[in-house]
Design a protein around this ligand. Structure first.
Ligand SMILES: Cc1ncc(COP(=O)(O)O)c(C=O)c1O
Length: 398
């Protein structure tokens, strides 16, 4: 079975999903992945910021096997231990006192929106329904998350979207303040905009946003779906800012590839979602939560710091290209979420050339090559990545 065979079969039976790259990944080990033709890659995309520990991590694998022998599913009609063990871990390393689990990033955003509105509703502030979001943000593709997303290209053709979402330029606290009103329920932001092209806001932005939310009686919701779980160089990206949100979403890296998402919130917010107001069949599934406990334990055993050092080395090597490569406009990011902005050429042909040369990445926006490799990338792998990317940038056909 070759890549071509898989592509032909997929075309016959699958919906289109993303703008899928023309290979089928059949196996992964650490930072390496293999396609159906047997070609080996350095996986610097990590399933789009998901495989924080690399593919087939032994500790996660063992946790999955052990849990698979005990219990796969019981539903939230009953309590299951892995879910509680995971929640205990997450609240021990965050601002939050309560966790809710679902299955994806978009579902986590839906839960955040419902939580914020219900919190004000329960307090008798029924007019506080509006969520202020950022232009160019990305929060997912369910209708609520899509309404929060600040990129019309994702929304086109799906009207009517749920109402009550306002968008302001990212990184501009004054613009945000103008949008706050007695109808504002919450502000919802990514600490770093991932899909928009790895946009890091000004250093004091989140601090200013927190102060504005407090002054105007709005909640601060952070979307840490892409930035959480060590990706930013700390467990959560908000830790870089010195403030805490009232609630936040997470997904992607939490179980290193087993589908799981969720939200973390303060006690005061969480208690307003009373039984029956929100729920899920699969969310907090024992298998996914057992995997996530292993991911968490591995992350706090030193992997986050290791990832931060690796990220500095990788960003340093990539930044060194800026003065000598006219096609490289900027290298930016936080931790192992890195964007290379190119000029005079689109990102897509560079991504294709890098793949041909044995490196997986993707385009975030038209002109940014996004890297979200495992935090466990070795020095040799980092050097290899930098070399391949520079060759791809110089030799890709515009
Ligand atoms: C910041 C952010 N929020 C939400 C989502 C949606 O997550 P999912 O694709 O798991 O629904 C994404 C996905 O890329 C994301 O980057």
């Amino acid at each position: 079975m070759t890549n071509a065979d898989v592509i032909a079969r997929a075309k016959r039976v699958l919906f289109q999903n993303y703008r899928t790259q023309p290979i089928a990944i059949v196996r992964g080990e650490g930072a390496r992945a293999w396609d159906a033709d047997g070609k080996r890659y350095l996986d610097c995309l990590g399933g789009i910021a998901v495989c924080v520990l690399g593919h087939n991590h032994p500790r996660v694998h063992a946790a999955l096997e052990a849990q698979a022998a005990k219990l796969w599913h019981a539903s939230n009609v009953y309590l299951t231990l892995p879910q509680i063990e995971l929640a205990e871990r997450l609240v021990s390393r965050s601002f939050a006192q309560r966790a809710f689990f679902c299955n994806s990033g978009a579902e986590a955003i839906e839960a955040l929106i419902k939580l914020a509105r219900h919190f004000h509703f329960e307090a008798g502030r029924e007019s506080r329904v509006e969520i202020v979001c950022a232009t160019n943000s990305f929060h997912g593709r369910t209708l609520g998350a899509l309404a929060a997303t600040g990129q019309p290209k994702y929304q086109k053709g799906f009207a009517p979207l749920p109402g009550g979402f306002v968008h302001v330029p990212f990184g501009d606290a004054a613009a945000l303040e103008r949008a706050l009103s007695p109808n504002t329920a919450a502000v919802l932001l990514e600490p770093v905009q991932g899909e928009a092209g790895v946009i890091v806001p000004p250093a004091n932005y989140l601090r200013e946003v927190r102060a504005l939310c407090d002054r105007h009686g709005a909640l601060l919701l952070l979307d840490e779906v892409q930035t959480g779980l060590g990706r930013s160089g700390k467990m959560w990206a908000y830790e870089h800012s010195g403030i805490t949100p009232d609630a936040m979403s997470f997904a992607k890296g939490i179980a290193n590839g087993i589908p799981l998402g969720g939200i973390l919130a303060t006690e005061m917010l969480a208690k307003t979602l009373t039984p029956g107001t929100h729920g899920t069949t699969f969310g907090g599934n024992p298998l996914a939560c057992a995997a996530a406990c292993a991911v968490f334990d591995e992350l706090i055993s030193g992997v986050i710091d290791q990832g931060q050092r690796a990220a500095e080395r990788l960003r340093g090597k990539l930044s060194a290209m800026v003065p000598r490569q006219p096609r490289v406009k900027d290298v930016r990011g936080l931790g192992m979420l890195i964007g290379i902005e190119v000029q005079g050429i689109a990102a897509a042909p560079v991504v294709a050339k890098a793949r041909e040369l044995g490196l997986l990445s993707n385009a975030a926006g038209e002109s940014v090559i996004r890297l979200a490799p495992p935090l466990t990338l070795t020095d040799a792998e980092i050097d290899e990545a930098a070399e391949i990317l520079e060759s791809a940038i110089t030799s890709a056909v515009a």
